[in-house]
Write a protein that binds this ligand. Sequence first.
Ligand code: OSB
Ligand code: MG
Length: 369
Amino acid sequence: MRLSRITLYPLSMPLISHFETSFGRIYNRECVLVKIESEGLVGWGECAADRDPGYSYETTGTAMHILKDFALPLLVGQDVIDAADFQRRIGSIRGHHLAKAGVEMALWDLLGKRDGKSLKQMLGGVRDQVEVGVSVGLQDTTADLVRAVDGYVAKGYRRIKIKIKPGRDVSEAQAVRAANPDIRLQVDANSAYSLETAHVLRPLDDLNLLLIEQPLFEDDIWDHRLFQKELRTPICLDESIISARHARYAIEMEACRIINIKPGRVGGLSQAVEIHNLCQPAGLPVWCGGMLETGIGRASNLAISSLPGFTLPGDVSASDRYYTRDVTQERFTLNPGSTIDVPTGAGLGVTVDEQAVKDFALGEVIVQA
Ligand code: OSB
Ligand code: MG
């Protein structure tokens, strides 16, 4: 499709409740929306970079720079055929996966709208509903955490993830486990430990956790292998898996037994599908991670979660876990059984509320042929 105009909207979305991880606390989620206009159609995508380089070196600022100054000039006025063609065209830009993935998502939305196909159909999804859980941030006290988890369990979430950091790890997990003996429970350290300090996590092995997510540094696949050998609980990698090659390294090194797939982190939905296709024959379950997405990125996460290898519940919670007002007309709700429906409309299957986009936008950049 000939891409005539691409608009970037850096957004700031107020969260219903603040979200704290080992790398910091946020009250507003920033991201960048991508709008592509082509042949009378409009496609939307979401770049999951945040304001600060805590989770990733990328920020909304670097994403705006890379897209405006390097990626979009390679695309506007061009006839871009599909995601593979898109990846070839931007192949000269090193890294910046979150930025690239936002544009790839908008391209998928556009192609789906042209062909009358849902993203689920295009990616090879096989489920109409997907199992989901909720990722609960660090709270001020352990009692607050147990209360927050209680609230989500009462809403129907059957899989809970809690964030941990040094000093707030085993104690938090033990308290949540004691209050919820049967719930599917997992923890996420967001790279807060080294092999030397991670020994404090050993007691987590007695809590019947589904997995321990990204305990060690993001660039340390080898030490994850060493740590995995010490644990019965599966390690799941998030930050470390930035490409299909890194997924292969982790599988071959036995550095983890589960992979969290975030299409943004790996440079796009096409790369996410590749990792899924690599993990399936290797026997590694995968699940879809979340980045506190708006309705746009959430629709995309639900579609990819419907692929056959996504056998663990995703961090793709209902809209009301995040935002009172979203940028899509649709709001995603939790079904009994801790599932959410996968959108069925063409492309992402959502209708963007352009007034909401304008209200949350911190700016606007237009690149055209
Ligand atoms: O590590 O999975 C993570 C949110 C922002 C950045 C990194 C992570 C997260 C989450 C939230 O855990 C998942 C969600 O979107 O609900
Ligand atoms: Mg994570």
